[in-house]
Design a protein around this ligand. Structure first.
Ligand code: SAM
Ligand code: SF4
Length: 478
């Protein structure tokens, strides 16, 4: 490994790459690898649910929500899935459909309306502490459809004052008229998929926009009145190298978005990217280069630009841009449930976790019959819920007093020997208030989280192909 890094130093005179190599050499990577902490491109997956969709069984909505139940209202973090895109980006493994007609989108919006109405009735009202409209590509909708969608959300949900309301956009559909509809509805955060500022990589991934167009989209959102704009980038793409990644970080330095997300490329069975990787792994950055790119992000974003990470790999310019939806999603879903509506959406509520049907046709049929379109899920007993919260929450840092209030036990006492081991390995730091990942721990956040699987869950997860985990594409259903 060291030799490859020597090569990197020789090949790149950049101080940032040099600094990343130095940092990498300071880390006890050999002993961490021996202890099982190594990010392997062939096995990596992002922790998003516990267990993964593929390890869950089918559940009936009636089993989760008994017919007679009704309440006096629920506070939820709301996720709404828009499964539409103009064409396929080669790496993407989210549930979406391509080139759908405007009529098809309208029909889908009708189903979203019915689903929210069913939940509103089920709970006796819905109050949203945050709203996230994701996809697919929500900006695939035309301005009238966006207006209708946000109207539907508001008709069934009272959005808490000051709540984060976020909308995902693709550069090709980030138009001024769409932004103006978002502003009119009080959307206060937009996340744009930039993915790379290198045109040759965008082209190779079939992204359908140039870097310049992505920058113009960013300026259009800011100029249109939404100050909080997140830019998504991916590192590890085919043909990317260390200087290319540094160029991306330099562009971020110039644009100064309020936040930027830097995703490690996930290779998922069935995507064109996965096939390309299998055919020619050498055309992708190596595991060592990926580690250097990861460290370069930390050094540039935190060390030089003054951003902070919260959660891991989400860099925010200052604390006011903290992404509250992700906080509810990962750290607080046993306190305020996560309610996902739309095809393939994921919910975590009252100990249940479940995914909706990932097929718009069957999703719409269920709703036309006034059935909640719930597909696979399971109910977690209290100890498994705590493990889930630690697995996801460690990416943000676990607040011991919040954990105690939610579960009635101190997170350090609950998993004492594991924290001890992780702390001995230099991956976490435990204080009176928090359990946090260290700098080294942040490089292995998902791998650290996976240590918290119970024995039974570990066994089930080992039976799932890692290249299927964290995907909602129907072609991967097993
Ligand atoms: C639903 S998409 C973003 C919005 C919009 N559809 C777009 O592409 O511009 C959410 C983000 O997930 C990330 N993503 C998708 N597939 C990924 C993969 N295989 N590995 C890493 N990140 C991925 C991308 O950064 C993408 O911007
Ligand atoms: S990255 Fe965005 S635009 Fe591309 S296929 Fe995925 S959801 Fe659609």
């Amino acid at each position: 490994m060291r030799e490859i890094w020597q090569e990197s130093i020789r090949a790149h005179e950049s101080p940032l790459v040099g600094r990343a190599v130095e940092r990498a050499r300071e880390l006890p990577l050999a002993s961490l690898r021996e202890a099982g902490f190594y990010r392997d491109r062939g096995k990596y997956f992002l922790n998003i649910s516990y267990p993964s969709l593929q390890a869950m069984s089918e559940v009936s909505a009636a089993g989760i929500y008994p017919p007679a139940a009704s309440g006096t209202g629920r506070r939820v973090a709301l996720y709404v899935h828009m499964p539409f895109c103009t064409a396929e980006c080669y790496y993407c493994h989210y549930y979406k459909k391509f080139g759908q007609s405007s009529g098809a989108v309208d029909t889908y919006l009708g189903a979203i309306d019915r689903e929210l109405e069913l939940y509103q009735r089920q709970f006796g009202g819905l109050e949203a502490v945050s709203v996230y409209v994701g996809g697919g590509t929500p900006s695939y909708l035309n301005p009238d459809q966006i207006d209708r969608l946000l109207g539907i959300i508001k008709a069934h949900t009272s959005i808490q004052k000051g709540a984060e309301v976020c909308f995902e956009m693709h550069p090709e559909s980030t138009t001024a008229d769409r932004v103006s509809v978002l502003v009119g509805h009080g959307v206060n955060r937009v996340s744009i998929g930039v993915e790379s500022f290198e045109d040759r990589l965008l082209k190779a991934e079939n992204r359908r926009h140039t870097a310049q167009e992505a920058v113009a989209a960013f300026e259009r959102v800011r100029g249109g009145g939404i100050a909080n704009v997140n830019l998504d980038l991916i590192y590890g793409l085919r043909g990317q190298d260390l200087s290319g990644w540094e160029y991306n970080l330099d562009r971020i330095a110039v644009l100064q978005p309020t936040s930027a997300t830097m995703y490690y490329l996930r290779l998922k069975t069935g995507t064109p990217e996965y096939k390309l990787w299998q055919a020619d792994p050498k055309s992708f950055p190596s595991d060592e280069e990926l580690m250097l790119m990861h460290i370069m992000s930390f050094e540039k974003m935190e060390g030089q630009l003054g951003y902070t990470q919260s959660p891991v790999d989400w860099f925010i310019r200052d604390p006011s841009f903290f992404h509250t939806y992700q906080d509810y999603n990962w750290r607080r879903s046993d306190e305020t449930p996560l309610l996902g509506v739309g095809a393939s959406a994921y919910s975590a509520i009252d100990g249940w976790q479940y995914y909706n049907i990932n097929d718009t046709g069957r999703y719409q049929v269920a709703l036309s019959e006034a059935r909640l379109p719930i597909w696979r899920g399971e109910h977690l007993p209290p100890e498994e819920r705590m493990r889930r919260t630690v697995m996801l929450g460690i990416k943000m840092g676990i607040d011991r007093s919040v954990f105690r209030t939610t579960y009635g036990v101190d997170v350090v006492d609950a998993f004492e020997s594991m924290w001890q081991r992780l702390s001995d390995l230099g991956l976490v730091v435990v204080t009176d208030q928090m359990v946090d990942l260290t700098y080294t721990g942040k490089l292995f956040a998902d791998e650290v989280g996976q240590v918290f699987y119970s024995a039974a869950m570990k066994k089930r997860m080992e039976a799932v192909d890692p290249h299927l985990i964290s995907t909602t594409w129907p072609q991967f259903n097993r």
